[in-house]
Design a protein around this ligand. Structure first.
Ligand code: KIV
Length: 275
């Protein structure tokens, strides 16, 4: 009998049960190698539609397709053993009706093997969240700054800075939590709003640009690694400067090739050995 320990991945209910316990650690991932590197360190890996801006060079997340999310979702699931993998539903794949959302979420779950999906929206999406949750699709909500609404909001600036807008975010989070979301991302808001939301809902809040008052934190991994696509938001802490390292490595490689220092003898194949 094998003595190997089978690693069990964290489920959506396991993440929900972390409310009020240790902070929930989350990062984005879009590829198998990155998922392998992050898996031992995070509780939840989000295959965010930020992939469109980070890897494809789009100005917003709006052009991202369901096919792109499925391809990246499946790649991340292949690299994850322990973390709960959640795949973003892209713009236009769920807003039309609960039936449309279920049809597309079911494809994501079947074709990626992910544990859950994420969708943006407040009270107006509560019926859809309930429809999915009751039919076997765990949903991570997303309130506050919602990047898929960039055209309606007029930009990516922080939300909830007025009392009325802060209360609106709290009501949105309450509606999504009551509808059955297992956790809610709270993006781009002030600490007082994040604190109120976290106190008022029974499921964990995962903050991004939303202060330490949340039950967990998430960042876009490339931002955290200093591999920026231009502008770095105020709320990002950089834990590495990979863009600098990559440029320096490319410059060294170019210098070696031009000076014929690379490849060296140790990089070249020799004759086949004869017995
Ligand atoms: O798309 C994404 O990466 C996200 C996170 C930033 C929360 O939604």
């Amino acid at each position: 009998m094998s003595s190997a320990v089978t690693q069990k991945s964290l489920s959506a209910p396991a993440i929900r049960a972390m409310k009020g316990a240790a902070p929930i650690v989350c990062l984005t991932a879009y590829t198998t190698p990155m998922a392998r590197l992050l898996d031992g360190h995070v509780d939840l890996m989000l295959v965010g539609d930020s992939v469109g801006m980070v890897l494809y060079g789009f100005d917003s997340t709006l052009p991202v397709t369901l096919e792109m999310m499925i391809a990246h979702g499946a790649a991340v699931v292949r690299g994850a053993r322990r973390a709960c993998v959640v795949v973003d539903m892209p713009f236009g794949s769920y807003q039309e009706s609960p039936a449309q959302a279920f049809r597309n979420a079911a494809r994501v779950m079947k074709e990626t093997g992910a544990a859950a999906v994420k969708l943006e929206g407040g009270a107006e999406m509560a019926e859809t969240v309930r429809f999915l949750a009751l039919r076997g699709v765990p949903v991570l909500g997303h309130v506050g700054l919602m990047p898929q609404s960039v055209n309606a909001l007029g930009g990516f600036s922080a939300r909830g800075r007025s009392v009325a807008e802060g209360e609106r975010i709290a009501l949105d989070a309450e509606a999504i939590a009551a509808a059955g979301a297992f956790a809610i991302v709270v993006e781009g808001t002030i600490e007082a709003v994040a604190r109120a939301v976290t106190a008022r809902i029974a499921v964990p809040t995962i903050g991004i640009g939303a202060s330490p008052a949340c039950d967990g934190q998430i960042l876009v991994t490339e931002d955290m690694l200093g591999l920026p696509v231009g502008f770095t938001p105020k709320f990002v802490k950089r834990y590495a400067e990979l863009a600098v390292d990559i440029e320096a490595a490319a410059a060294r490689y170019a210098g070696d090739v031009r000076a014929r220092r690379f490849p060296g003898p140790e990089h070249c194949y020799g004759l086949a050995r004869t017995a």
